[in-house]
Design a protein around this ligand. Structure first.
Ligand code: TAP
Length: 519
């Protein structure tokens, strides 16, 4: 381990000056560039080791090598991070600067992320297996857009004046104020490590809170690089704290902490239930949950078939299927069913599998070994229950956690693969009778999840009927995966509640105070 020193220029109003930050770093030359990633926890503006000095390995899913070891926090580290966040919220500089100054700091952070875009995308790619070109555009590109979008909100967070009944002869003035909640905890998954951090943390900080985040144990590196950039941007100490470690220990300690007042979580429905219970039992903290999905995509015979084939593939294979809104089930109208299956198989064969850093690669390795193993079992159960394996289904014969993009057809409603989320590159295709709009909507809704959905048809009335009847937080019509920082994102039913992105996301991190004055 090498010791490296960074000189950081701090330029915040009257306090501008120089601070120095030290951290132990991973330094590598990869993807034709030098990358540098801190390996320690980030607490109160400093990189520090975990109290008990435990570490965890970070694995590169492309070649199964150990990239580095990062500190693995324990409950004492969480206590330290929460105390720092509490101090920063209550008495620190963050609590004193204006909303507009807060926005300027967030813009500056976004600019620094932009300057380090290639480095961040390279780190994300070796840590999570994301294809580099996609990491640049989505994992990192959308993260930067998110910070800019919420930076713009900081000085536009407003309450109302409300005409209440007067007690004559006196009059009243009643107004509401939107206030930050305090210390917020964030627990995030491994599929889009920096983007999940950004979706939640940008809204959280724009609202004026301070934060303690635990990124997914298997993909912690971009969160640590982000911490370095946040210090460089001049975000005051204690506002952002990053504690890497396991969910059962660190995530749970954040959810249970009596000084944390809000918990934002993205992950599985199963852990979401555990977290909600912990939040309730500890101090009834506010919680928002973005959980699993099994999103239906309905393809009618009157669609643009070329587009349906192309986007149908993206709806499943985007980010190797490690995409919360991935279409978990495709329902295809009987008259085009065979043609659709034939064409998706033909196109899927052309996908280039390989090193995610290679610019021509379309499909990289799965995120980590346990996930790959689960996906192979998933396919196996599907085939045993009678689904037809049309393409793929095997681990690729090379080092790394590569799975062939897989197509299962003839999926019946009662099968495991029709009900359970795979979170991998496995297309599950079912047939529906020609013209049976009501029937297919009923089948599409027959799931406990309600994250996203999609429909392909040129008939606008049919599309709107679908959009109206489907019980999901997102509906795509003749498109898929089209998320935007300005549009609210989040599920219904057991896909959770609370939104990321858009104005709705701000309210997840605000509380409304009502003030009445008599005069
Ligand atoms: P989870 O196993 O639920 O893990 C998510 C996060 O929770 C990780 O940081 C994990 O830590 C932590 N965690 C685990 N147990 C915990 C506990 N008892 N208390 C507090 N935190 C705990 O999900 P995953 O496997 O990372 O991600 C896959 C799932 O996430 C899929 O079901 C997918 O649909 C869902 N997902 C949903 C969305 C949206 S927006 N709805 C987006 C992405 C992913 P470790 O790192 O130690 O496991």
């Amino acid at each position: 381990d090498e010791f490296c020193q960074v000189i950081i220029l701090k330029s915040r109003g009257a306090n501008s000056g120089e601070i120095q930050i030290e951290y132990r770093a991973l330094e590598m030359n990869i993807n034709k560039m030098d990358i540098k990633v801190p390996l320690q926890l980030f607490i109160d503006g400093k990189f520090v080791d975990a109290e008990d000095r435990k570490t965890q390995d970070v694995i590169n899913p492309t070649d199964e090598s150990v990239i580095c070891k990062v500190q693995a926090a324990g409950t004492k580290d969480v206590d330290k991070a929460v105390a720092a966040a509490k101090k920063a919220f209550e008495t620190g500089e963050w609590s004193k600067i204006s909303a507009r100054e807060r926005g300027q700091l967030l813009y500056k952070l976004a600019d620094l992320m932009q300057q380090h875009k290639e480095e961040l995308a390279t780190i994300e790619s070796i840590d999570s297996g994301a294809v580099y070109t996609l990491a640049l555009k989505t994992h990192i590109g959308m993260s930067i857009e998110t910070w800019r979008y919420f930076a713009g909100w900081t000085d536009k967070i407003m309450g109302n004046t409300i005409p209440i009944s007067h007690a004559r002869p006196n009059k009243n003035l009643t107004f509401t104020k939107k206030e930050p909640i305090g210390v917020c905890g964030l627990v995030t998954p491994w599929n889009y490590p920096l983007m999940m951090l950004s979706w939640k943390m940008a809204a959280c900080l724009a609202a004026g809170n301070t934060v303690v985040i635990k990124p997914a144990a298997v993909c912690p590196l971009t969160a640590l690089k982000f911490a370095e950039l946040s210090a460089k941007a001049g975000i005051p100490p204690g506002v952002i704290n990053v504690v890497t470690g396991s969910g059962g220990l660190v995530g749970n300690a954040i959810a249970a902490h009596p000084d944390v007042r809000k918990l934002g979580f993205t992950g599985s429905t199963e852990i979401g239930q555990v977290i909600m219970k912990t939040c309730a039992e500890s101090n009834l903290k506010k919680v928002s949950l973005e959980l699993g999905g099994k999103s239906p995509l309905v393809i009618f015979s009157d669609c643009d078939l070329d587009k349906a084939v192309r986007l149908g593939m993206q709806s499943v294979f985007f980010n190797k299927g490690e995409n919360c809104i991935a279409a978990g089930r495709l329902f295809v109208e009987a008259s085009i069913y065979d043609e659709f299956v034939r064409r998706v198989v033909q196109e899927t064969k052309k996908m280039t599998i390989g090193d995610p850093l290679n610019r021509s690669t379309a499909h990289g390795p799965q995120n980590h070994y346990a996930h790959l193993k689960k996906l192979l079992e998933y396919i196996d159960i599907g085939v045993k229950q009678g689904a037809k394996l049309r393409y793929g289904g095997k681990r690729v014969n090379r080092p790394g956690y590569f799975l062939e993009p897989t197509i299962l057809s003839d999926v019946e409603d009662n099968m495991f693969v029709a009900k359970e989320e795979s979170f991998g590159p496995i297309m599950c295709i079912s047939k529906f009778h020609d013209g049976d709009v009501e029937g297919v909507i009923k089948r599409a809704n027959a799931t406990e999840y309600g994250l996203a959905s999609g429909v392909f048809t040129k008939d606008l009335s049919k599309a709107m009927k679908f959009a109206e009847s489907i019980d999901a937080g997102t509906v795509f019509i003749n498109t898929y995966n089209k998320t935007d920082v300005g549009a609210p994102f989040g599920g219904f039913k057991q896909s959770g509640f609370g939104k990321d992105l858009g104005q709705d996301a701000l309210n997840e991190y605000l509380k409304t105070k009502c003030v009445t004055l008599e005069y």
